[in-house]
Ligand binder design. Structure first.
Ligand code: ATP
Length: 278
């Protein structure tokens, strides 16, 4: 999908290509991806396993370099980790020997600073962790650890939050609770959010737009606007329109999977491979 610069874009991905050099040869994970994410928008990225979702998200974070193409934040190329960008992963990644307060303070310590205590207290209250600051990670459920990871990511007041399958390890009830919490926090303090998920329901519940990626090498195959009002109640999520949208996206991904397993005619080498070889 080719893209023209969106004047309201917060994040701009242009011709993003990533080739991993592996022992068995070069692997093109994503190939000329284009995407604009607008300020204060929630965008989910879905697609078949291995299509390059994480690769794309990490390139947005600046933690992984691209082989070709670029990602821009507010028009400026992202070339490394950026304080404007927070991240949440499937694993809460809390240091087991530090309590919650100290886990949240840790990234600030590394940089030689301190978190804004009032803001952290507000976030802890917001996610339902009031009074849990002195608890060790092992004393908390998976859902509570993910809440703490969310507080840690938001404690920097990032303008962009990247979430890599953040609730994938949680049971479905806790996952829905976390989805509602993210929507509530976002409605109070709109941040630009890009979320990777394997759950179409989660993608539709949370997003303003759902991006479907093609099988590897991943490209943006289609983008679906999600026009339903917020907050997205159970009543909204069980309407015919939501069901139809989820079905369309599911069928598209299944179709993409089928095309992945079907024998493919020899394709001309991509521009990315040409570049890598030269
Ligand atoms: N560091 C790496 N070195 C080599 N290959 C890698 C590396 N990271 C990812 N890959 C490969 O790149 C492809 C895309 O991986 P990626 O994790 O981005 O996909 P994904 O869509 O997030 O997958 P999943 O949905 O299964 O989490 C896969 O084939 C994966 O094996």
């Amino acid at each position: 999908m080719d893209a023209v610069d969106d004047p309201n874009a917060k994040l701009t991905v242009r011709q993003a290509t990533k080739i991993y050099r592996t022992a068995s040869g070069d692997l093109v994970a994503i190939d000329r991806c284009n995407l604009d994410v607008r300020a204060r928008e929630i965008v989910s990225i879905v697609g078949p396993s291995g299509c390059g979702k994480t690769t794309l998200l990490w390139s947005m974070s600046g933690l992984h370099g691209l082989t070709a193409g670029e990602v821009r934040l507010d028009g400026k190329p992202i070339t490394g980790p950026n304080p404007e960008i927070g991240m949440v992963f499937q694993d809460a990644n809390l240091l087991p020997w530090r309590n919650l307060d100290s886990n949240i303070a840790f990234p600030f310590e590394i940089k030689g600073g301190k978190p804004d205590r009032a803001w952290v207290d507000h976030l802890m209250h917001r996610v339902g962790l009031d009074g849990f600051g002195a608890k060790m990670p092992r004393e908390l459920s998976g859902g509570m650890q993910q809440r703490a990871a969310l507080v840690r990511a938001l404690s920097f007041k990032p303008s962009v939050l990247l979430m890599d399958e953040p609730f994938g390890a949680l049971d479905s009830f806790t996952r829905e609770e976390m989805n509602r919490l993210v929507e509530e926090i976002w409605m109070e303090t709109p941040t630009t959010i890009v979320l990777i998920t394997h759950s179409i329901e989660e993608a539709v519940f949370l997003s303003d737009r759902v991006v479907v990626m093609s099988p590897r090498p991943g490209r943006v195959a289609s983008i679906h606007p999600v026009p339903f009002p917020r907050p997205r109640s159970i009543e909204i999520m069980t309407t015919r329109e939501v069901f139809d949208l989820m079905t369309t996206i599911k069928l598209e991904i299944v179709g993409e999977r089928k095309s992945l397993s079907a024998p493919k005619p020899a394709a001309p080498p991509s521009a990315a491979l040409d570049r890598a070889a030269s």
